[in-house]
Design a protein around this ligand. Structure first.
Ligand SMILES: Cc1ncc(COP(=O)(O)O)c(C=O)c1O
Length: 388
């Protein structure tokens, strides 16, 4: 079956954060502003998910529900196994309403006040917010950028991992916003640096299904069989455009960490609609995801062509994973403030600006390319207008 990803769906009036709460990010956003900020997609959820929700709604009662069924766990572990050859014991999987709240729990429960948590900037900014908010120290191991390609500074990472006060690392894999899909070699070095120095490794793999072309995502924990100290954060939310369903799966193999997790989240329940949605997504939507990835490949190629043809001072390299594009506008020599003002005032388009991801992101722009092509074309036209 071919899915219709070109369809433009009106999201206004659905409580959409991305479309109706733009003022949360910028007071300058208007009714006409085009949103390209929050990382959700403007594509309909896969039809099997929508059908499963209809069926569940028709049962008419939405009382306390539990996901602790064979059917649920087979759906989740089946996805891990089918898509990543990753065999996970269901007793090691815990649910959370999101990956960010999960990371907050892990930071709170597994580290102490004042201890350091390593991140790699420019990176998804809630990492730093959660760490600092919990009274821990944000320790930065900045990525190295060479001609738009990002790599890790392993010497620096190893030095940080050896420092006694650094208790945890939160890895972003694939990386938001720079779009790297880390290689086995890179992941092995990260894993070894942390494990050999007693640093708890939390690998946020929420974007693991969104991979360009023939590239493959490697689950970090699977590179270390028999090692139980790596925590993996996953979710169907980005993949199937159901972040509002508030369901993520956190794989915590070590018993001691499980106990700590349960102190804060031992009584977590899913709602009946999420359960139905997850089961359908993870059993009936492989084909939909393959088509989505192909569509996103096309969107990324479109952005790349547009930048080459129309934005002479910009630089862009197609991301290896995620549905985000990372556009280097440093050649225009605007301050971060000027760039932000131009986008919203002249372009009437709203982005998560690069500077939000750390000072290494200054002069960059993160484009959310997960939308029907005509919306992306409009978005890029507005970027061009903003820069004139
Ligand atoms: C790397 C990363 N982690 C976590 C999240 C959000 O997770 P959640 O909505 O499950 O809290 C995002 C959303 O963009 C993300 O990019």
């Amino acid at each position: 079956m071919t899915y219709e990803l070109d369809e433009i769906i009106d999201r206004k009036g659905t409580n959409s954060m991305k479309w109706e709460f733009m003022h949360n990010l910028s007071p300058k956003a208007k009714e006409t502003t085009l949103p390209s900020w929050v990382a959700d997609m403007d594509f309909a959820c896969p039809p099997p998910v929508v059908e499963a929700l209809h069926k569940r709604v028709d049962r008419r009662i939405f009382g306390y529900s539990s996901h602790e069924t064979e059917r649920y766990w087979q759906a989740v572990t089946g996805w891990f196994s089918r898509r990543f050859h990753w065999q996970v014991d269901r007793k090691d999987i815990f649910i959370a309403p999101g990956v960010v709240p999960a990371i907050a729990t892990l930071v709170n429960q597994l580290t102490r006040e004042g201890e350091g948590v390593i991140i790699q900037s420019p990176v998804y900014y809630p990492f730093g917010q959660v760490i600092a908010g919990a009274g821990r120290t944000v320790v930065n191991n900045p990525l190295i950028e060479t001609d738009g390609y990002y790599t890790m500074d392993f010497d620096h990472l190893e030095k940080l991992a050896r420092e006694k006060n650094n208790a945890m690392m939160v890895l972003c894999s694939p990386h938001n916003p720079v779009g790297r899909v880390w290689t086995k070699e890179e992941l092995t070095r990260v894993g070894k640096s942390c494990l050999e120095n007693g640093v708890i490794l939390v690998s946020d793999e929420i974007h693991f299904d969104l991979i360009r072309g023939d590239r493959k995502h490697q689950v970090l924990a699977d590179l270390f069989p028999g090692e139980d100290g790596i925590i993996t954060c996953t979710a169907p939310s980005k993949t199937f455009n159901m972040a509002g369903m508030q369901c993520s799966h956190i794989v915590i193999p070590r018993e001691e960490y499980q106990k700590a997790w349960k102190k804060e989240r031992g009584h977590a329940l899913l709602n009946p609609l999420s359960i139905a949605a997850v089961e359908a997504a993870y059993t009936e939507c492989d084909d939909w995801l393959d088509q989505l990835n192909a569509y996103l490949d096309g969107n990324m190629a479109y952005i790349d062509r547009f930048v080459k043809d129309r934005l002479p001072k910009a630089r862009h390299r197609i991301s290896e994973g995620t549905y985000l594009a990372w556009l280097d506008l440093r050649g225009y020599e605007f301050t971060p403030r000027e760039l932000e003002d131009r986008m919203i005032e002249k372009g009437d388009v709203l982005f998560d600006m690069g500077a939000m991801f750390g000072k290494e992101g200054e002069g960059f722009l993160r484009i959310n390319a997960a939308c029907p092509r005509p919306l992306l074309e409009e978005c890029m036209n507005r970027v061009e207008k903003a820069l004139l």
